[in-house]
Design a protein around this ligand. Structure first.
Ligand SMILES: [Mn+2]
Length: 320
């Protein structure tokens, strides 16, 4: 990829806001921190801003505690990472009002190209992978940057288990481990720490499991009531959809999450032959072929009905 437009920006401007989507994940947080640290090493004034709470499991990341929820004043450049559309960044004002130039670096196929400069690589496993290439020509990748990029890549590839695990991302990880990153330490922080509340959430969520379409479709429902009774945090719902996806014979897994009455978040995963980003797009969402999502303003029952009918149609059509 050609990053010259981005390097030209760096030569010209001094102050940067680095941001990512709300409901942050490992790629969002890891890439925001890697970019902020690289800019600071290059002598820039760079601030990380994420308009949401940083999940506990990412607090170990170098400089995670410096991430701000908001900022004052106007900065030269706003860099958006891992975010398909401007709205998902969660700012009240349009990005144009927050900075002079908007740089949009992402790997979602559904990206709306909302930046003045858009670096979109749908083949990259994660934004961390794209940033590795950008940063290595900008400064020396130290342990702090390496740890953040490593975390971006292993979280977005589900610990190197998903189809976006490519030779190029494995090579990058090898280089990062050579720099001193400890894979076992990061895996423990990110994948192997659970609160009792999060285990209770899994227990209750699994009770709602339904199998449809001759075993090809599995869905799980997390109602507001389940969230309240379990005492779990929003971030604890992460990964629960995989219990549905991993069932033998299942092609599409759907997770319905009731954010509030009349507002349902729907997550989709597929294993092999259904492009779930197309289904999510039908409902105004987007994502990747194997992982996508959308948010609907309707009751849980209405959403269930509409979404599952659509998934069933895809399954019936693509199978024949
Ligand atoms: Mn990502």
């Amino acid at each position: 990829m050609d990053f010259s437009a981005f390097y030209n920006i760096l030569a010209k401007y001094n102050s940067y806001i680095v941001t990512s989507h709300i409901v942050p994940d490992g790629d969002g947080i890891g890439s925001v921190l890697a970019m902020m640290l690289a800019l600071q090493k290059a002598g820039k004034n760079a601030v990380a801003v994420v308009r949401d709470t940083v999940p506990d499991k990412y607090i170990f990341l170098p400089y995670a505690r410096t991430i701000k929820k908001d900022f004052d004043g106007k900065y030269d450049v706003i860099i958006s990472l891992d975010c398909g559309d401007e709205e998902r960044l969660g700012f009240e004002k349009p990005l144009k009002d927050l900075g002079k130039i908007v740089v949009n670096i992402d790997h979602h196929k559904s990206n709306t190209f909302f930046g003045d400069i858009n670096i979109i690589d749908c083949h990259a496993s994660s934004v961390g992978e794209i940033l590795y290439h950008i940063i290595k020509d900008l400064t020396i990748i130290d342990m702090d940057i390496a740890t953040n990029i490593y975390t971006s890549i292993i979280t977005d590839t589900g610990s190197l288990r998903y189809s976006n695990t490519t030779p190029s991302c494995l090579r990058i990880l090898a280089e990062l481990v050579e720099k001193g990153v400890k894979p076992d330490f990061i895996s423990r922080q990110v994948f192997e720490k659970r609160s009792i509340e999060s285990v209770n959430l899994i227990k209750m969520a699994l009770n709602t499991l339904e199998i449809l379409s001759d075993g090809m479709l599995a869905c799980i429902f997390i109602t507001k009531e389940i969230m309240e009774k379990s005492g779990a945090k929003e971030e604890d719902t992460d990964g629960i959809i995989n219990y549905a996806r991993e069932i033998e014979g299942v092609e599409v897994a759907v997770l319905f999450k009731e954010k509030e009455e009349g507002l349902i978040k729907v997550g989709f995963r597929s294993n092999d032959w259904i492009d779930v980003s197309k289904i999510a797009e039908e409902f105004g969402g987007g994502g990747h072929a194997r992982a996508a999502g959308c948010t609907l303003k309707a009751t849980l029952n209405e959403t269930r009905e509409n979404v599952l009918n659509s998934v069933k149609k895809y399954l019936a059509r693509e199978k024949s």
